[in-house]
Design a protein around this ligand. Structure first.
Ligand code: SAJ
Length: 446
């Protein structure tokens, strides 16, 4: 087969490094590296592999790397088989293999430390990338962060190498839209917002994700893409806080909030259903909106009051749920102190094992502080440590259920038989509305 000269440069002319990258993306011969192999990075790595990329997985957590190299996945959304399917040598706890990558995606956590954005892991990873950056590489940040991060923090670190973004290497931003614990919204079928520092960068980011995402949406610049992600999660945080505050009001007005929300949800336009709960967990909704409010404070001297208020309402829910459980036990003539209480579900949401920021832990701590004899059951979470105690998940069998005074539904994992819980336990407090269809006088709902 003859060489296709049309793609070869004229003799004596240097190949534009970004053209070479475009060729590799187009021909599917690019090597793609992911830095940060958590809930976002690991699914991205396996999806890129399935799309034909040679992939590299970098994570500073040596134990995680050892498990991955052994074919074991640390998260429910990626199976052991998917990990084992990756080539030998895919994983490394050192950044050196990035020297072989044509595309490098940063998927590092962006937590809050003392209420302020903590970009330490992103910036450390950027320093690692800079050590191995070459002409013709595309660097994309996926971590959720405030508008301006890619251009004002990432770009200078990468350009400290002397390479210029938009000329020697491409730089972009693309927010993650993972929805942990369910398989309907996949990486491939969820529209992916992308942005580039320059138009050329945007083309390359779009070409990269277009290899495995059905619908790529190009934003005007990284700032708008960074902002879009925070808008998405702030929307959830504020609306969850709204229904939590309305749940408190409805209780005081003797209104069944679950029934009111059920019928409200029949409105086919201009409404999106949210549901009250014991609070907001996860490393996204509970944290990301504060990045926006913090940035406003840092740059403009004012905070976003709807975000601050939503944080305050949601953060107050665990204590409110403890008070309502106390009220329900009191009505049954029992104090919290000495009552045998079984907490059902400790993960931050149904169907997953993730404990981060879980409001269930706040409720459990509150009940322990009031002297409850507390046990918990969560098939996804074998053990927790709260108030200096190590608790192990108990089996939801008859001996357990007949021994407790009260069961509290904090995270409604789908596998639990809530009808049996209601039939067997003398008092059930339901903070998730999973018993609304049951006519039982031993159930109290949030
Ligand atoms: N929650 C409520 N009431 C609701 C919805 C959620 O109390 O009506 C609570 C949940 O129990 C959980 C927390 O809020 O503790 C967050 O729930 P979530 O459904 O937002 O779940 P996350 O944080 O795992 O995933 C979200 C994604 N969820 C959906 O779009 C459904 C999405 O916003 C982001 O892709 C993701 O955060 C992220 O990574 O930003």
């Amino acid at each position: 087969m003859g060489i296709d000269l049309s793609s070869q440069p004229e003799p004596g002319t240097a190949v534009d490094p970004l053209d070479r990258l475009a060729d590799r993306l187009r021909s599917g011969t690019a090597t793609a590296g992911v830095v940060g192999l958590g809930y976002v990075g690991l699914p991205l790595l396996t999806t890129m592999h399935d799309a034909g990329f040679r992939v590299l997985g970098i994570d500073r957590d040596e134990e995680k790397i050892a498990r991955l190299a052994g074919g074991v996945s640390p998260i429910a959304d990626v199976t052991d088989a998917q990990v084992a399917d990756l080539e030998e040598g895919t994983f490394s706890s050192e950044p050196a293999p990035l020297a072989e990558a044509d595309v490098i995606v940063l998927c590092l956590p962006t937590p809050l430390t003392d209420g302020s954005p903590d970009l330490t892991m992103v910036l450390t990873a950027a320093e690692d990338v800079a050590r191995y950056l070459r002409p013709g590489v595309l660097v994309v940040l996926e971590s959720t962060t405030y508008p301006g991060t890619t251009e004002e923090l990432l770009r200078p670190i990468l350009e400290s190498t002397g390479l210029l973004a938009g000329r020697d290497f491409a730089l972009g931003y693309s927010p993650e839209r993972m929805d942990p614990g369910q398989s309907v919204n996949t990486l491939e079928n969820t529209p992916k917002v992308v942005a580039g520092l320059t138009e050329r960068c945007a083309e390359l980011v779009a070409a990269f994700y277009g290899r495995f995402v059905k619908h790529v949406v190009v934003a005007k610049s990284p700032r708008e893409a960074e902002m879009a992600k925070l808008v998405e999660n702030t929307f959830r945080q504020v609306n969850i806080a709204l229904v939590n505050e309305l749940a408190i009001l409805a209780h005081d007005l003797d209104v069944d909030i679950w029934e009111a929300l059920r019928v409200a949800a029949t409105k086919p336009f201009g409404y999106l259903a949210f549901w009250p709960g014991p609070g907001v967990g996860g490393h996204c909704i509970a944290i990301d909106p504060t990045y926006l409010s913090w940035r406003a404070g840092q740059q403009l001297g004012y905070r976003i009051r709807s975000i601050e208020h939503a944080n305050e309402v949601n953060n107050r829910m665990p204590a409110y749920v403890v008070s309502r459980i106390g009220e329900a036990l009191n009505d049954a003539g029992k104090p919290i102190k000495g009552s045998r209480i079984l907490a059902l579900g400790v993960a931050y949401k149904a169907g997953i094992e993730d404990l981060r920021e879980s409001p269930s832990l706040g409720v459990i701590e509150g009940l322990l502080r009031k002297g409850a004899e507390l046990s918990y059951a969560d098939a996804y979470v074998p053990s927790i440590s709260v108030e200096g105690k190590e608790l192990r998940s108990v089996l939801l069998d008859a001996p357990t259920l007949t021994e407790v005074d009260c069961a509290v539904i904090l995270t409604a994992h789908p596998e639990v038989d809530y009808e049996e819980i209601v039939r067997t336990v003398p008092l059930v407090f339901d903070a998730r509305g999973v018993t609304t269809g049951m006519n039982a006088d031993n159930v109290v709902r949030l």
